[in-house]
Ligand binder design. Structure first.
Ligand code: HEM
Length: 496
Protein backbone atom coordinates (compact mmCIF):
# COMPACT_ATOMS: atom_id res chain seq x y z
CA UNK A 1 0.00 0.00 0.00
CA UNK A 2 2.99 2.32 0.59
CA UNK A 3 4.08 1.74 -3.01
CA UNK A 4 0.57 2.51 -4.20
CA UNK A 5 0.52 5.70 -2.18
CA UNK A 6 3.81 6.83 -3.72
CA UNK A 7 2.55 5.98 -7.19
CA UNK A 8 -0.52 8.04 -6.50
CA UNK A 9 1.58 11.00 -5.36
CA UNK A 10 3.79 10.71 -8.46
CA UNK A 11 0.71 10.62 -10.70
CA UNK A 12 -0.59 13.67 -8.90
CA UNK A 13 2.63 15.52 -9.60
CA UNK A 14 2.85 14.62 -13.26
CA UNK A 15 -0.72 14.54 -14.46
CA UNK A 16 -2.57 17.11 -12.46
CA UNK A 17 -1.95 20.42 -14.17
CA UNK A 18 -2.27 23.59 -12.24
CA UNK A 19 -4.07 25.98 -14.57
CA UNK A 20 -3.39 29.68 -14.66
CA UNK A 21 -6.45 31.91 -14.74
CA UNK A 22 -7.48 33.16 -18.20
CA UNK A 23 -5.32 35.98 -19.57
CA UNK A 24 -2.97 35.62 -16.65
CA UNK A 25 0.75 36.43 -17.12
CA UNK A 26 2.73 33.45 -18.44
CA UNK A 27 5.32 31.53 -16.46
CA UNK A 28 6.93 28.15 -15.88
CA UNK A 29 4.73 25.12 -15.39
CA UNK A 30 4.00 24.59 -11.70
CA UNK A 31 3.84 21.29 -9.79
CA UNK A 32 0.87 20.58 -7.56
CA UNK A 33 1.39 21.65 -3.93
CA UNK A 34 4.94 22.96 -4.47
CA UNK A 35 4.19 25.21 -7.41
CA UNK A 36 7.46 26.56 -8.85
CA UNK A 37 9.40 26.49 -5.61
CA UNK A 38 11.85 23.86 -6.87
CA UNK A 39 12.80 26.19 -9.72
CA UNK A 40 13.91 28.89 -7.28
CA UNK A 41 17.26 28.77 -5.55
CA UNK A 42 16.46 29.42 -1.87
CA UNK A 43 19.93 30.94 -1.41
CA UNK A 44 19.40 33.52 -4.15
CA UNK A 45 16.24 33.37 -6.27
CA UNK A 46 17.04 36.75 -7.89
CA UNK A 47 19.12 35.04 -10.59
CA UNK A 48 16.22 32.66 -11.34
CA UNK A 49 13.86 35.62 -11.60
CA UNK A 50 16.27 37.27 -14.03
CA UNK A 51 16.25 34.10 -16.17
CA UNK A 52 12.43 33.95 -16.12
CA UNK A 53 12.24 37.62 -17.07
CA UNK A 54 14.41 36.95 -20.13
CA UNK A 55 12.17 34.04 -21.09
CA UNK A 56 8.68 35.42 -20.37
CA UNK A 57 9.11 39.20 -20.37
CA UNK A 58 8.76 41.85 -17.69
CA UNK A 59 5.50 40.46 -16.33
CA UNK A 60 5.41 36.76 -15.51
CA UNK A 61 3.80 34.54 -12.92
CA UNK A 62 5.06 31.93 -10.52
CA UNK A 63 3.31 29.55 -8.19
CA UNK A 64 4.39 29.76 -4.56
CA UNK A 65 2.82 26.51 -3.43
CA UNK A 66 -0.66 26.47 -4.88
CA UNK A 67 -0.99 30.26 -5.14
CA UNK A 68 -0.02 32.24 -8.19
CA UNK A 69 2.10 35.36 -7.75
CA UNK A 70 2.89 37.90 -10.43
CA UNK A 71 6.43 39.24 -10.64
CA UNK A 72 6.83 42.77 -11.99
CA UNK A 73 10.18 43.70 -13.50
CA UNK A 74 11.66 46.94 -14.79
CA UNK A 75 10.67 50.55 -14.21
CA UNK A 76 7.81 50.79 -16.70
CA UNK A 77 5.83 47.87 -15.33
CA UNK A 78 6.54 48.56 -11.65
CA UNK A 79 5.46 52.16 -12.12
CA UNK A 80 2.32 51.21 -14.04
CA UNK A 81 1.20 48.97 -11.17
CA UNK A 82 2.35 50.83 -8.08
CA UNK A 83 1.91 54.43 -9.23
CA UNK A 84 -0.56 54.62 -12.14
CA UNK A 85 -2.87 51.99 -10.65
CA UNK A 86 -1.82 52.61 -7.04
CA UNK A 87 -5.17 51.92 -5.36
CA UNK A 88 -5.63 48.64 -7.27
CA UNK A 89 -2.25 47.31 -6.19
CA UNK A 90 -2.10 48.55 -2.58
CA UNK A 91 -3.20 45.41 -0.72
CA UNK A 92 -1.05 43.03 1.33
CA UNK A 93 -1.15 39.21 1.31
CA UNK A 94 -3.08 37.59 4.13
CA UNK A 95 -1.80 34.03 3.68
CA UNK A 96 1.88 34.44 4.56
CA UNK A 97 3.49 33.72 7.90
CA UNK A 98 4.26 37.43 8.45
CA UNK A 99 0.60 38.22 7.74
CA UNK A 100 -0.43 35.80 10.48
CA UNK A 101 2.13 37.23 12.88
CA UNK A 102 0.90 40.81 12.45
CA UNK A 103 -2.75 39.77 12.03
CA UNK A 104 -3.25 42.70 9.64
CA UNK A 105 -2.47 45.23 12.40
CA UNK A 106 0.02 48.11 12.29
CA UNK A 107 1.12 49.38 8.88
CA UNK A 108 3.50 47.09 7.00
CA UNK A 109 1.21 44.05 6.75
CA UNK A 110 -2.09 45.92 7.20
CA UNK A 111 -4.51 45.64 4.35
CA UNK A 112 -5.49 48.70 2.35
CA UNK A 113 -8.21 50.37 4.40
CA UNK A 114 -8.99 53.00 7.00
CA UNK A 115 -6.84 51.60 9.80
CA UNK A 116 -3.77 51.39 7.55
CA UNK A 117 -4.47 54.89 6.21
CA UNK A 118 -4.96 56.44 9.69
CA UNK A 119 -1.83 54.82 11.08
CA UNK A 120 0.31 55.66 8.08
CA UNK A 121 -0.79 59.30 8.21
CA UNK A 122 -0.24 59.44 11.98
CA UNK A 123 3.28 57.95 11.78
CA UNK A 124 4.34 60.14 8.85
CA UNK A 125 3.07 63.32 10.46
CA UNK A 126 4.63 62.50 13.81
CA UNK A 127 7.99 61.56 12.34
CA UNK A 128 8.00 64.77 10.32
CA UNK A 129 8.32 66.56 13.64
CA UNK A 130 4.82 67.62 14.47
CA UNK A 131 4.81 66.53 18.07
CA UNK A 132 8.10 64.75 18.71
CA UNK A 133 8.67 66.99 21.68
CA UNK A 134 11.62 69.34 21.88
CA UNK A 135 14.14 67.25 20.00
CA UNK A 136 13.97 66.95 16.25
CA UNK A 137 14.68 63.87 14.19
CA UNK A 138 17.95 65.46 13.05
CA UNK A 139 19.14 66.09 16.61
CA UNK A 140 18.38 62.53 17.62
CA UNK A 141 20.30 61.16 14.65
CA UNK A 142 23.28 63.44 15.34
CA UNK A 143 23.36 62.27 18.93
CA UNK A 144 23.64 58.67 17.74
CA UNK A 145 26.32 59.62 15.21
CA UNK A 146 28.46 61.00 18.02
CA UNK A 147 28.22 57.63 19.77
CA UNK A 148 29.26 55.84 16.57
CA UNK A 149 32.29 58.16 16.37
CA UNK A 150 33.26 57.41 19.97
CA UNK A 151 33.03 53.70 19.24
CA UNK A 152 35.09 53.98 16.04
CA UNK A 153 37.71 56.06 17.85
CA UNK A 154 38.73 52.96 19.80
CA UNK A 155 39.41 51.13 16.51
CA UNK A 156 41.35 53.98 14.88
CA UNK A 157 44.55 52.55 13.40
CA UNK A 158 43.05 49.05 13.40
CA UNK A 159 39.93 47.41 12.07
CA UNK A 160 36.52 46.31 13.33
CA UNK A 161 33.41 44.47 12.14
CA UNK A 162 30.82 47.26 11.76
CA UNK A 163 27.78 44.98 11.64
CA UNK A 164 26.86 45.19 15.28
CA UNK A 165 27.64 48.87 15.65
CA UNK A 166 25.51 49.96 12.68
CA UNK A 167 22.70 47.66 13.74
CA UNK A 168 22.65 49.07 17.25
CA UNK A 169 22.92 52.64 16.00
CA UNK A 170 20.00 52.25 13.54
CA UNK A 171 17.92 50.59 16.22
CA UNK A 172 18.81 53.35 18.71
CA UNK A 173 17.65 56.05 16.30
CA UNK A 174 14.29 54.33 15.94
CA UNK A 175 14.10 53.72 19.71
CA UNK A 176 14.87 57.38 20.38
CA UNK A 177 12.06 58.48 18.05
CA UNK A 178 9.42 56.04 19.20
CA UNK A 179 10.33 55.36 22.84
CA UNK A 180 12.31 58.52 23.63
CA UNK A 181 15.39 56.60 24.71
CA UNK A 182 18.54 55.16 23.26
CA UNK A 183 20.55 52.35 24.79
CA UNK A 184 24.25 51.98 25.52
CA UNK A 185 25.85 49.62 23.00
CA UNK A 186 26.33 46.96 25.69
CA UNK A 187 22.88 47.31 27.27
CA UNK A 188 21.44 43.78 27.67
CA UNK A 189 17.88 44.96 26.88
CA UNK A 190 18.71 46.24 23.42
CA UNK A 191 21.15 43.40 22.75
CA UNK A 192 18.41 40.86 23.44
CA UNK A 193 15.86 42.76 21.37
CA UNK A 194 18.28 43.01 18.45
CA UNK A 195 19.10 39.33 18.70
CA UNK A 196 15.38 38.44 18.65
CA UNK A 197 14.95 40.71 15.66
CA UNK A 198 17.85 39.08 13.79
CA UNK A 199 16.50 35.58 14.43
CA UNK A 200 12.98 36.66 13.65
CA UNK A 201 13.81 38.27 10.28
CA UNK A 202 15.82 35.22 9.23
CA UNK A 203 13.13 32.72 10.19
CA UNK A 204 10.00 34.64 9.24
CA UNK A 205 10.85 34.32 5.55
CA UNK A 206 13.08 31.22 5.62
CA UNK A 207 12.30 27.66 4.42
CA UNK A 208 10.13 26.89 7.44
CA UNK A 209 8.02 29.95 6.77
CA UNK A 210 7.58 28.68 3.21
CA UNK A 211 6.48 25.27 4.48
CA UNK A 212 4.06 27.00 6.82
CA UNK A 213 2.57 28.82 3.88
CA UNK A 214 2.27 26.00 1.41
CA UNK A 215 1.16 23.25 3.82
CA UNK A 216 -1.41 24.67 6.21
CA UNK A 217 -2.03 21.16 7.60
CA UNK A 218 1.38 21.31 9.28
CA UNK A 219 0.67 24.52 11.18
CA UNK A 220 -0.61 23.00 14.43
CA UNK A 221 2.50 20.75 14.68
CA UNK A 222 5.39 21.69 16.98
CA UNK A 223 7.75 22.43 14.05
CA UNK A 224 10.48 25.14 14.07
CA UNK A 225 8.09 27.77 12.70
CA UNK A 226 6.44 27.87 16.12
CA UNK A 227 9.71 29.50 17.22
CA UNK A 228 9.03 32.49 15.01
CA UNK A 229 5.69 33.04 16.70
CA UNK A 230 7.40 32.69 20.06
CA UNK A 231 10.09 35.26 19.18
CA UNK A 232 7.51 37.61 17.81
CA UNK A 233 5.56 37.36 21.08
CA UNK A 234 8.74 38.07 23.04
CA UNK A 235 9.33 41.26 21.05
CA UNK A 236 5.70 42.24 21.59
CA UNK A 237 6.00 41.63 25.33
CA UNK A 238 9.04 43.89 25.42
CA UNK A 239 7.13 46.66 23.67
CA UNK A 240 4.17 46.23 26.02
CA UNK A 241 6.47 46.76 29.01
CA UNK A 242 7.78 50.00 27.50
CA UNK A 243 4.17 51.11 26.91
CA UNK A 244 3.24 50.44 30.56
CA UNK A 245 6.26 52.44 31.73
CA UNK A 246 5.34 55.32 29.42
CA UNK A 247 1.75 55.41 30.55
CA UNK A 248 2.83 55.89 34.15
CA UNK A 249 5.30 58.70 33.41
CA UNK A 250 3.58 60.67 30.64
CA UNK A 251 2.00 64.08 30.84
CA UNK A 252 -0.94 64.20 28.43
CA UNK A 253 -0.43 66.79 25.69
CA UNK A 254 3.34 66.96 26.27
CA UNK A 255 4.68 64.14 24.11
CA UNK A 256 8.28 63.03 24.43
CA UNK A 257 8.17 60.63 21.51
CA UNK A 258 5.93 58.85 19.02
CA UNK A 259 4.53 56.54 21.68
CA UNK A 260 3.33 59.53 23.75
CA UNK A 261 1.85 61.08 20.60
CA UNK A 262 -0.07 57.85 20.02
CA UNK A 263 -1.40 57.87 23.60
CA UNK A 264 -2.52 61.49 23.07
CA UNK A 265 -4.19 60.38 19.84
CA UNK A 266 -6.11 57.61 21.69
CA UNK A 267 -7.31 60.24 24.20
CA UNK A 268 -8.39 62.60 21.42
CA UNK A 269 -10.34 59.95 19.55
CA UNK A 270 -11.75 58.07 22.55
CA UNK A 271 -15.34 58.93 21.61
CA UNK A 272 -15.66 55.86 19.40
CA UNK A 273 -15.20 54.92 15.75
CA UNK A 274 -11.44 55.40 15.91
CA UNK A 275 -8.86 52.90 14.67
CA UNK A 276 -6.36 54.00 17.36
CA UNK A 277 -6.11 51.59 20.28
CA UNK A 278 -3.56 49.74 22.42
CA UNK A 279 -3.31 46.66 20.19
CA UNK A 280 -2.73 48.72 17.05
CA UNK A 281 -0.18 50.82 18.93
CA UNK A 282 1.97 47.81 19.87
CA UNK A 283 1.88 46.57 16.25
CA UNK A 284 2.78 50.00 14.91
CA UNK A 285 5.74 50.34 17.30
CA UNK A 286 6.95 46.87 16.38
CA UNK A 287 6.54 47.67 12.68
CA UNK A 288 8.67 50.77 12.91
CA UNK A 289 11.31 49.03 14.99
CA UNK A 290 11.55 46.06 12.61
CA UNK A 291 11.28 48.06 9.36
CA UNK A 292 13.74 50.73 10.45
CA UNK A 293 16.64 48.70 11.83
CA UNK A 294 18.04 46.12 9.37
CA UNK A 295 17.24 48.19 6.32
CA UNK A 296 19.30 51.22 7.28
CA UNK A 297 22.13 49.30 8.94
CA UNK A 298 22.61 46.94 5.98
CA UNK A 299 22.63 49.89 3.60
CA UNK A 300 25.29 51.58 5.73
CA UNK A 301 27.40 48.43 5.69
CA UNK A 302 27.17 48.17 1.91
CA UNK A 303 28.04 51.85 1.57
CA UNK A 304 31.17 51.38 3.70
CA UNK A 305 32.21 48.36 1.66
CA UNK A 306 32.07 50.39 -1.58
CA UNK A 307 33.74 53.42 -0.01
CA UNK A 308 36.60 51.39 1.43
CA UNK A 309 37.30 49.82 -1.92
CA UNK A 310 36.99 53.08 -3.91
CA UNK A 311 39.47 55.43 -2.25
CA UNK A 312 39.20 58.06 -5.00
CA UNK A 313 35.43 58.33 -4.38
CA UNK A 314 36.00 58.55 -0.63
CA UNK A 315 38.63 61.27 -1.00
CA UNK A 316 36.44 63.33 -3.32
CA UNK A 317 33.57 63.03 -0.82
CA UNK A 318 35.88 64.06 2.02
CA UNK A 319 37.05 67.17 0.14
CA UNK A 320 33.48 68.23 -0.64
CA UNK A 321 32.38 67.67 2.96
CA UNK A 322 35.39 69.53 4.42
CA UNK A 323 34.73 72.50 2.14
CA UNK A 324 31.01 72.77 2.87
CA UNK A 325 31.28 72.20 6.64
CA UNK A 326 34.41 74.31 7.20
CA UNK A 327 34.36 75.75 10.74
CA UNK A 328 31.15 73.99 11.70
CA UNK A 329 30.70 71.27 14.31
CA UNK A 330 27.96 69.19 12.71
CA UNK A 331 26.50 68.51 9.34
CA UNK A 332 22.86 69.25 8.74
CA UNK A 333 20.56 67.46 6.30
CA UNK A 334 20.17 70.77 4.46
CA UNK A 335 23.86 70.56 3.52
CA UNK A 336 23.03 67.87 1.00
CA UNK A 337 22.08 70.55 -1.52
CA UNK A 338 25.66 71.84 -1.47
CA UNK A 339 27.17 68.34 -1.79
CA UNK A 340 26.28 66.89 -5.21
CA UNK A 341 29.10 64.35 -5.26
CA UNK A 342 28.36 63.08 -1.74
CA UNK A 343 24.68 62.81 -2.64
CA UNK A 344 25.54 60.89 -5.80
CA UNK A 345 27.81 58.55 -3.85
CA UNK A 346 25.25 57.81 -1.13
CA UNK A 347 22.51 57.16 -3.69
CA UNK A 348 24.83 54.95 -5.71
CA UNK A 349 25.76 52.97 -2.59
CA UNK A 350 22.07 52.56 -1.87
CA UNK A 351 21.39 51.41 -5.43
CA UNK A 352 24.13 48.78 -5.21
CA UNK A 353 23.11 47.71 -1.71
CA UNK A 354 19.72 46.68 -3.16
CA UNK A 355 18.48 46.32 0.40
CA UNK A 356 14.85 45.27 -0.10
CA UNK A 357 15.11 43.46 -3.46
CA UNK A 358 11.55 42.20 -3.77
CA UNK A 359 9.88 45.00 -1.81
CA UNK A 360 7.13 43.88 0.54
CA UNK A 361 4.66 41.76 -1.44
CA UNK A 362 1.47 43.51 -2.55
CA UNK A 363 -1.92 42.12 -3.54
CA UNK A 364 -4.49 43.43 -5.95
CA UNK A 365 -7.46 45.05 -4.18
CA UNK A 366 -9.78 44.57 -7.18
CA UNK A 367 -9.75 42.88 -10.58
CA UNK A 368 -7.15 44.78 -12.55
CA UNK A 369 -4.66 44.52 -15.38
CA UNK A 370 -1.03 44.99 -16.22
CA UNK A 371 0.12 45.28 -19.82
CA UNK A 372 -2.44 43.13 -21.62
CA UNK A 373 -2.88 40.67 -18.74
CA UNK A 374 -5.82 40.40 -16.35
CA UNK A 375 -5.21 39.92 -12.62
CA UNK A 376 -8.08 38.88 -10.37
CA UNK A 377 -8.61 40.58 -7.00
CA UNK A 378 -6.38 39.08 -4.31
CA UNK A 379 -3.47 38.17 -6.62
CA UNK A 380 -0.06 38.33 -4.92
CA UNK A 381 2.21 40.84 -6.64
CA UNK A 382 6.00 40.88 -6.25
CA UNK A 383 7.63 44.15 -7.33
CA UNK A 384 11.17 43.19 -8.31
CA UNK A 385 12.88 46.43 -7.22
CA UNK A 386 16.26 44.83 -7.80
CA UNK A 387 15.45 44.55 -11.53
CA UNK A 388 14.74 48.30 -11.65
CA UNK A 389 17.86 49.30 -9.72
CA UNK A 390 20.04 47.45 -12.26
CA UNK A 391 17.91 47.85 -15.37
CA UNK A 392 19.87 48.29 -18.57
CA UNK A 393 18.84 51.45 -20.39
CA UNK A 394 18.02 53.23 -17.13
CA UNK A 395 21.56 53.61 -15.79
CA UNK A 396 24.87 54.71 -17.30
CA UNK A 397 26.59 51.91 -15.38
CA UNK A 398 23.83 49.47 -14.33
CA UNK A 399 26.10 46.75 -12.91
CA UNK A 400 28.98 48.60 -11.30
CA UNK A 401 29.43 51.05 -8.45
CA UNK A 402 29.85 54.46 -10.02
CA UNK A 403 28.51 57.75 -8.57
CA UNK A 404 28.36 59.05 -12.18
CA UNK A 405 25.01 57.25 -12.32
CA UNK A 406 23.63 60.20 -10.36
CA UNK A 407 25.58 63.08 -11.93
CA UNK A 408 24.85 65.00 -15.10
CA UNK A 409 27.44 66.38 -17.54
CA UNK A 410 28.07 69.45 -15.37
CA UNK A 411 28.46 67.50 -12.14
CA UNK A 412 25.00 68.26 -10.73
CA UNK A 413 23.18 65.62 -8.72
CA UNK A 414 20.26 64.07 -10.60
CA UNK A 415 18.05 61.24 -9.41
CA UNK A 416 16.98 58.91 -12.24
CA UNK A 417 13.37 57.70 -12.07
CA UNK A 418 14.61 54.13 -11.73
CA UNK A 419 15.98 54.89 -8.27
CA UNK A 420 13.29 52.95 -6.39
CA UNK A 421 14.93 51.34 -3.34
CA UNK A 422 11.98 52.56 -1.24
CA UNK A 423 9.44 51.31 -3.83
CA UNK A 424 6.77 53.72 -5.06
CA UNK A 425 3.09 54.59 -4.89
CA UNK A 426 0.75 54.61 -1.96
CA UNK A 427 2.74 52.02 0.02
CA UNK A 428 6.12 53.61 -0.62
CA UNK A 429 8.43 53.20 2.39
CA UNK A 430 7.13 55.26 5.26
CA UNK A 431 10.64 55.71 6.65
CA UNK A 432 12.17 57.07 3.43
CA UNK A 433 12.71 60.55 4.88
CA UNK A 434 14.19 59.18 8.07
CA UNK A 435 16.42 56.67 6.27
CA UNK A 436 17.74 59.31 3.84
CA UNK A 437 18.54 61.65 6.72
CA UNK A 438 20.27 58.85 8.65
CA UNK A 439 22.38 57.75 5.71
CA UNK A 440 23.43 61.32 4.95
CA UNK A 441 24.28 62.41 8.49
CA UNK A 442 26.07 59.18 9.42
CA UNK A 443 28.13 58.94 6.25
CA UNK A 444 29.00 62.64 6.04
CA UNK A 445 30.14 62.74 9.68
CA UNK A 446 32.19 59.56 9.36
CA UNK A 447 33.78 60.47 6.02
CA UNK A 448 34.72 63.86 7.40
CA UNK A 449 36.54 62.40 10.39
CA UNK A 450 37.92 59.06 9.19
CA UNK A 451 39.49 57.40 6.21
CA UNK A 452 38.19 53.86 5.78
CA UNK A 453 40.53 51.31 4.27
CA UNK A 454 40.28 47.69 3.27
CA UNK A 455 42.45 45.88 5.88
CA UNK A 456 45.63 44.31 4.52
CA UNK A 457 44.63 40.92 5.88
CA UNK A 458 41.00 41.31 4.69
CA UNK A 459 41.40 38.99 1.68
CA UNK A 460 39.60 39.84 -1.56
CA UNK A 461 36.54 42.10 -1.09
CA UNK A 462 33.31 40.21 -1.74
CA UNK A 463 30.47 42.37 -3.02
CA UNK A 464 27.90 39.60 -3.32
CA UNK A 465 24.86 40.03 -1.11
CA UNK A 466 23.22 37.58 1.24
CA UNK A 467 19.66 37.32 -0.08
CA UNK A 468 16.73 37.88 2.26
CA UNK A 469 13.70 40.09 2.78
CA UNK A 470 16.47 42.56 3.56
CA UNK A 471 19.74 41.83 1.76
CA UNK A 472 23.07 42.35 3.48
CA UNK A 473 26.73 42.25 2.51
CA UNK A 474 28.85 39.40 3.85
CA UNK A 475 30.67 40.18 7.12
CA UNK A 476 33.90 42.14 6.60
CA UNK A 477 36.32 44.21 8.65
CA UNK A 478 36.41 47.96 8.34
CA UNK A 479 39.87 49.54 8.52
CA UNK A 480 39.56 52.82 10.46
CA UNK A 481 42.11 55.65 10.12
CA UNK A 482 41.74 59.03 11.76
CA UNK A 483 42.25 61.74 9.13
CA UNK A 484 45.39 63.81 9.71
CA UNK A 485 44.88 67.04 11.70
CA UNK A 486 44.86 69.35 8.66
CA UNK A 487 42.07 67.22 7.14
CA UNK A 488 39.99 67.19 10.33
CA UNK A 489 37.14 69.56 11.20
CA UNK A 490 38.33 72.73 12.94
CA UNK A 491 35.58 72.32 15.53
CA UNK A 492 35.41 68.89 17.13
CA UNK A 493 32.30 66.74 16.57
CA UNK A 494 29.66 66.99 19.27
CA UNK A 495 30.19 65.14 22.53
CA UNK A 496 27.74 62.39 23.42
C1 HEM B 1 8.00 49.75 3.55
C2 HEM B 1 12.57 50.02 1.89
C3 HEM B 1 13.92 52.22 6.00
C4 HEM B 1 9.38 51.90 7.68
C5 HEM B 1 9.14 49.62 2.77
C6 HEM B 1 9.16 49.02 1.46
C7 HEM B 1 10.43 49.10 0.99
C8 HEM B 1 11.22 49.76 2.00
C9 HEM B 1 10.95 48.61 -0.35
C10 HEM B 1 7.97 48.35 0.77
C11 HEM B 1 7.14 49.37 0.02
C12 HEM B 1 6.01 48.70 -0.75
O1 HEM B 1 5.31 47.88 -0.18
O2 HEM B 1 5.87 48.97 -1.96
C13 HEM B 1 13.33 50.62 2.87
C14 HEM B 1 14.75 50.89 2.77
C15 HEM B 1 15.13 51.51 3.92
C16 HEM B 1 13.95 51.62 4.76
C17 HEM B 1 15.62 50.52 1.58
C18 HEM B 1 16.48 52.02 4.37
C19 HEM B 1 17.50 52.23 3.61
C20 HEM B 1 12.81 52.36 6.79
C21 HEM B 1 12.79 53.03 8.07
C22 HEM B 1 11.52 52.92 8.57
C23 HEM B 1 10.73 52.20 7.56
C24 HEM B 1 13.98 53.73 8.75
C25 HEM B 1 11.02 53.42 9.88
C26 HEM B 1 10.34 54.46 10.05
C27 HEM B 1 8.62 51.30 6.69
C28 HEM B 1 7.21 51.01 6.83
C29 HEM B 1 6.80 50.41 5.62
C30 HEM B 1 7.99 50.32 4.80
C31 HEM B 1 6.34 51.30 8.05
C32 HEM B 1 5.40 49.94 5.26
C33 HEM B 1 4.66 51.03 4.46
C34 HEM B 1 3.22 50.61 4.12
O3 HEM B 1 2.94 49.44 4.03
O4 HEM B 1 2.38 51.52 3.94
N1 HEM B 1 10.40 50.08 3.08
N2 HEM B 1 12.89 51.06 4.09
N3 HEM B 1 11.55 51.88 6.51
N4 HEM B 1 9.05 50.87 5.45
FE1 HEM B 1 10.94 51.06 4.74
Amino acid sequence: SVVLLWLFILLLFFFIRVRRPKNFPPGPRPLPILGNLLQLDPVNPLKNLEGLKRRYGNVFSLYIGSRPAVVLNGLEVVREALVTRAAEYAGRPTHMMVSHLFKGKGIVMANYGSSWRDHRRFALTTLRNFGLGKRSMEERILEEVSHICTELESSAGGSMDPQHLFHLAASNIICSLIFGERFEYDDPVILTLIQRLEEFTKEAIGPWAMLYEIMPVLRPLPLPFRNVFHKFDQMKEHIKKVVTKHKSSRVAGEPRDLLDCYLDQIDKTADGGSTFNDTQMVSLLLDLFIAGTDTTSNTLRSAMLYLMTNQHVQDRCHREIAEVLEGRADASFEDRHAMPYVQATIHEAQRMSDTVPLSVFHTTCSNTQIHSYQLPQGTTVIPNLSSVLHEEGQWKFPHEFNPENFLNEVGEFVKPEAFLPFSAGSRVCLGEGLARMELFLVLVTLLRRYRFVWPEDGGVPDFSLIFGGTQSPKPYRLGVRLRSSEELPTVSTREP
